[in-house]
Design a protein around this ligand. Structure first.
Ligand code: ATP
Ligand code: MG
Length: 498
């Protein structure tokens, strides 16, 4: 269906792709695999016309092509579901799906009825049970992702590219998506699938292409590949998994949470009397299914919902009043938010500016920000955390997911926090960077920090936690020491509520 010959793409200071050669077959799912920053999204943006400027050649359905833009690629039969959601929040689902390809009648008037009906059919195929007239702003992230998928299906393209389509959806939604993919495959379409969840790749992909540092490393059949071999190909060496250290039995309590409640307007309470404690040096994992209230718990501790919440927070035996995040930060509590792009970073600002934001007093000189001090501070963290960026002056949105996450961490570490609240710290992050993040957490705990980590990945919870708190419907249903935790008992506690 598609062949690329020696594709090279350069950005200032970065060679994102170098002589990439690949073949994508009709009737097959091809997985593009690689670490954060390997060049996967850049390659897909070239194939779908987002970047018309590159070196090399693309042959699509036996014709050399050079798309001037996405509309051009769509017309030829290539659709892409981007890693970043691209919907317009204040338009309805139908309007988003048909944006730029609205249906009209013979008089050039919008045929709203037809568009509504078609949107409904698409949503039905994807088992999304919402009215197509709903504003996208009112949808959950997972549902928005499904609308993106619907939008791509409408094109009836021959090549459908999915760049991390499952990073924000539930297991049930993944199942539906996989059924859709299987149907597309049986219609002889070509599907390109990108994901850091290796288990998914083994389930759905026929072929694989490994990219490393912008180069094609290997291609082959998925079924002839093992999990460990795949990681080795991606990273260039075997990775040493983190060894969990036992929590220090003599450690002192650092954080105590008592009776945290959170009310919601006109709805059932989101959190009910949550109490737990965390020792210095301890990593506590918080597990729960979607909607269990995990994110709300961290946010409430951090002072994001002062008006609707109650309860007490004690740090180092000192009761603290938290009316806003600044109060929490002053008390030594920091939060890595679930959505780092929206809540954790100013994407349009340079790396150094993001790092210095919570500690501007350190980089001023007579009341003015000092560029040199800012650079020095940023360089220290870039080196310590191994952040991959051409320089501290790079705009943050140009970095890969894993490196962006490290910047959020760097900005907080400069404040020497006592308590780290981490909400899905490894979402969208590759296996190697994940492992690095685990080791970093352990190192920080080793220095005496108390760490609370929310994650929807059960393996991750079991790998890093010294103790596991399980939540369901806004309540704690179990607190399990690491030695006794199994997939079974954690999942059971997450599902049962009685
Ligand atoms: N617009 C841009 N300007 C400058 N550099 C960029 C830009 N887009 C990407 N890069 C750089 O190009 C390289 C490849 O990035 P790309 O987004 O393709 O990686 P990826 O494999 O999709 O990573 P991830 O798994 O994190 O999504 C990275 O080093 C990235 O920082
Ligand atoms: Mg990407």
């Amino acid at each position: 269906m598609l062949v690329t010959k020696n594709i090279t793409k350069k950005f200032p200071g970065v060679i994102a792709l170098e002589n990439v050669n690949l073949k994508i077959d009709a009737g097959k799912v091809t997985a593009i695999i690689g670490e954060n920053g390997a060049g996967k999204s850049t390659l897909m943006k070239i194939l779908s016309g987002v970047y018309p400027d590159y070196e090399g050649e693309i042959i699509f359905k036996d014709q050399p092509v050079n798309f001037a833009g996405t509309a051009d690629a769509q017309k030829a039969g290539i659709a892409i579901i981007h890693q970043e959601l691209n919907l317009i929040p204040y338009l309805t689902i139908t309007e988003n799906i048909f944006l730029g390809r609205e249906l009209g009648n013979a008089f050039g008037i919008l045929d709203k009825k037809a568009m509504h009906a078609k949107a409904k059919t698409l949503l039905d195929t994807l088992h999304v049970d919402v009215n197509p007239d709903t504003l996208v702003a009112d949808l959950k992230v997972g549902q928005q992702q499904m609308v993106e998928i619907a939008k791509a299906l409408l094109l009836d393209a021959d090549l459908i590219i999915m760049d991390e389509p499952t990073s924000a959806i539930t297991e049930a939604e993944v199942e539906t998506l996989f059924k859709v993919i299987e149907k597309l495959r049986s219609e002889n379409k070509a599907i390109v699938y990108i994901s850091h969840k290796l288990n998914e790749l083994f389930k759905i992909a026929d072929n694989y292409v490994v990219l490393r540092d912008g180069k094609t490393i290997e291609t082959g059949l998925m079924q002839s590949m093992t999990h460990d071999e795949l990681i080795k190909k991606m990273v260039g060496r075997a990775i040493v998994p983190m060894q969990k250290e036992l929590a220090d039995a003599n450690a002192k309590e650092l954080l105590r949470i008592e009776n945290i409640c959170l009310k919601q307007k006109n709805k059932a309470s989101k959190l009910h009397n949550i109490s737990f404690n965390v020792n210095g040096g301890e990593i506590v994992g918080v597990f729960g299914l979607m909607g269990a209230g995990r994110t709300e718990l961290l946010e409430t501790i951090f002072g994001v919902h002062p008006a609707a919440s109650s309860g007490s927070v004690t740090v180092n035996n000192k009761n603290i009043t938290i009316k806003k995040p600044a109060d929490a930060i002053r008390a030594g509590i920091v939060l890595l938010p679930e959505d780092r792009k929206k809540d954790g970073l100013v994407l349009g600002m340079e790396v150094k500016k993001n790092i210095s934001l919570p500690c501007l007093h350190e980089v001023e000189k007579m009341g003015l920000l000092n560029d040199k001090k800012e650079s020095t501070l940023a360089k220290k963290h870039i080196q310590q955390l191994g952040i991959k960026t051409p320089s501290e002056n790079q705009v943050t949105k140009n970095l890969s997911g894993g490196n962006q996450q490290k910047i959020v961490l760097a900005k907080w570490l400069e404040r020497n926090p006592k308590v780290l609240l981490l909400d899905e710290p490894t979402r969208g992050i590759d296996v190697n960077a994940k492992n690095e993040m685990y080791k970093l957490m352990q190192e920080l705990a080793g220095k005496g920090m108390a760490i609370v980590m929310v994650s929807s990945e059960l393996t991750e919870i079991l790998t890093v936690s010294n103790r596991i708190i399980v939540m369901a419907e806004g309540k704690i249903t179990a607190i399990i020491p690491a030695g006794e935790a199994t997939e079974d008992n954690v999942l059971k506690a997450a599902i049962s509520i009685n």
